[in-house]
Write a protein that binds this ligand. Structure first.
Ligand code: AMP
Length: 191
């Protein structure tokens, strides 16, 4: 199985590139952001709790997102692999993912880290907000908070994957096609 973690700051283009990689390598695309937005749209208790955090640019509690991933893995046993988009976002989530994958004896193959300059990220998010209507993409202070949370809670994951020899850096600046090409090259090498 090919299990990929697509990593990068909010606005790095993870969603678009994860879709491309899922199609190219026939992987199951798992986006915790999308799963949470589905819960919010359905107005479930989980969705209502998640919305409170998302609207402030904060992270949703680990047990909620890990629980959603667990269900996804259980429901999709006969797949070529997974591409995780926006997950893990904390060290606890990274460790929980390893534990869940260990149970299926299919470890993370690699973590692909999209490197994008902060200024570019803010521009991309504000532009996306105009098109998608996502409220967390329209407010500069929420965006700033998401970036701060990313630096404090999510960046430490890099070291976690580096120590396992599973960290692969990819330049996330340029056109969608250019970035997709770079990602494909790395996946072909590690897959
Ligand atoms: P995204 O669509 O990945 O940008 O996620 C949108 C929002 O959902 C984030 O700003 C978080 O509030 C929440 N979220 C998504 N994935 C996670 C995760 N793995 N852990 C905690 N919160 C998450």
């Amino acid at each position: 199985m090919l299990n990929l973690v697509l990593f990068g700051p909010p606005g790095a283009g993870k969603g678009t590139q994860a879709e491309f990689l899922a199609k190219t390598f026939e992987l199951n695309h798992v986006s915790t952001g999308d799963l949470l937005r589905t819960e919010i749209a359905a107005k479930t208790a989980l969705g209502i709790e998640a919305k409170r955090k998302i609207d402030k640019g904060e992270l949703v509690p680990d047990e909620i997102v890990v629980g959603m991933i667990k269900i996804k893995l259980e429901k999709n046993k006969d797949v070529n692999g997974f591409i995780f988009d926006g997950f893990p976002r904390t060290l606890e989530q990274a460790m929980a993912l390893d534990k869940l994958l260990d149970e299926n004896e299919t470890p993370v193959t690699g973590m692909l880290r999209l490197e994008v300059e902060k200024q570019e990220v803010v521009i991309r998010l504000l532009n996306r907000g105009k098109i998608s209507g996502r409220s967390d993409d329209q407010d500069r202070s929420i965006i700033e908070n998401r970036i701060t949370v990313y630096c404090q809670k999510t960046l430490p994951i890099i070291e976690y994957y580096k120590l396992q020899g599973k960290h692969f850096e990819v330049n996330g600046m340029g056109s969608v096609e250019e970035i997709a090409g770079r990602l494909k090259e790395v996946v072909e090498k590690i897959g």
